[in-house]
Design a protein around this ligand. Structure first.
Ligand SMILES: Nc1ncnc2c1ncn2[C@@H]1O[C@H](COP(=O)(O)OP(=O)(O)OP(=O)(O)O)[C@@H](O)[C@H]1O
Length: 360
């Protein structure tokens, strides 16, 4: 038996503005009930990709399929309203002059008045806003308006939901709960979701799959854990978190550093590499009469540094060290409160299994 086609598939999508490719050969597929996050810095082409799928922007080349059916290529184009796609954007754009019920009913073209009413009640119950059914948008908080927008987008039972930074207008504390609720509702409805965001935390929290985008291209795709722990390059590490970099030269498949030798399998002798690691993977130790901890297989050799400054960040502390070996600065994060005085001598080691070696 052949497996069913993906709910949404885009193949080799391209779009250029003024001769500059802003979406450059982008392909991916999303299954029903799956959330894919298109993640990348501002201007990398996320929204343009989404707009082409929605049908409000035309691609220069490439194809879009829904349930295996072509909805758009350079010859054929199904109009946006017939693509069975729901949209949610940052400014929810509820109609201020329509009641909550009428806002939700807005997208319902088919059915009797009673059927529409029943669907509105069902959705408002689902987003826990029945008490506002006859209210107006201005009477609702930002989070409540966002849930009405979700109900409205879901009303016609779209196969696909396209969301462009839908949570960025909400305050932090509200946001986590609304994200989780939204996700539960979309998954229950078996909708395929494409969520555009520039916030790594949002993608890590919400996605089944992250597509990391840069300069119009998808540079890495995978489950959040894999994208975070096996980044493709230095920029991919830095996009998700603060990072430290050591420069080193390879000889005999080993990169030689003040922290000991790192495996660099298959890298030619003489190659310059960057060893990249996150501040949470730096261990720090007190000075013991001019020495640090003994070398170990998992943490390598300790290198001496002097505290330059330490900052309390809430659940952790960030300590910056000026390193003896070349005067560069390395950052370490430590759980809870750890605020050593500037000038304190300490010894740093790096978790070997958390380092990434990239060609410089
Ligand atoms: N209609 C247009 N005409 C000309 N240039 C455009 C047009 N639409 C988008 N661009 C350019 O294409 C690039 C990608 O824009 P896009 O909105 O897709 O990026 P984005 O990744 O969604 O960024 P953001 O997160 O800031 O919205 C930008 O440099 C933008 O200025």
């Amino acid at each position: 038996m052949t497996p069913p086609p993906p709910r949404l598939e885009i193949r080799n999508l391209r779009r250029a503005f003024n001769g500059r490719a802003v979406v450059d050969d982008v392909s991916f597929a999303i299954q029903p009930g799956q959330v894919t996050c298109l993640l990348g810095p501002s201007g990398c082409g996320k929204s343009t990709t989404l707009r082409m799928i929605a049908g409000v922007e035309m691609q220069d080349s490439g194809e879009i399929y829904v349930d295996g059916q072509l909805v758009c290529d350079t010859v054929f184009r199904l109009p946006p309203e017939r693509r069975e796609i729901g949209l949610m954007f940052q400014d929810f754009a509820l109609f201020p002059h329509l009641s909550v019920a009428d806002n939700v009913a807005f997208g319902l073209k088919k059915g009797s008045k009673a059927e529409k009413r029943a669907r509105v009640v069902e959705l408002l119950t689902r987003v826990d806003l029945m008490r506002f059914i006859d209210g107006y948008p201005h009477q609702l908080s930002g989070g409540e308006q966002q849930r009405v927008a979700l109900a409205r987008a879901l009303a016609p039972k779209p196969k696909i939901m396209l969301m462009d930074e839908p949570f960025s207008g909400l305050d932090n504390r509200l946001r986590d709960g609304i994200r989780d609720d939204t996700l539960t509702i979309l998954k229950e409805a078996d909708t395929a979701v494409l969520l555009v965001t520039h916030e790594p935390e949002e993608a890590l929290r919400m996605a089944d799959e992250i597509a990391l985008m840069r300069d119009g291209q998808i540079v890495q795709r995978g489950a959040p854990y894999n994208v975070y722990t096996r980044p493709v390059d230095r920029a991919a590490v830095s996009f998700f978190s603060d990072s430290n970099v050591l420069q080193a030269r390879v000889s005999g498949a080993l990169a030689h550093t003040p922290f000991g030798r790192f495996l660099a399998p298959g890298v030619a002798d003489g190659t310059e590499v960057n060893i990249v690691f996150r501040p949470q993977h730096v261990r720090i130790d007190f000075d013991r009469n001019g020495t640090g901890p003994k070398p170990t297989a998992s943490d390598g050799t300790a290198a001496r540094g002097v505290v330059e400054r330490a900052r309390f960040m809430g659940s952790e502390s960030l300590v910056e060290f000026r390193m003896d070996y070349d005067g560069s600065v390395l950052r370490a994060t430590v759980p809870n409160v750890f605020l050593p005085q500037p000038g304190t001598v300490m010894w740093l080691t790096i978790r070997r299994d958390r380092c990434f070696v990239f060609d410089a």
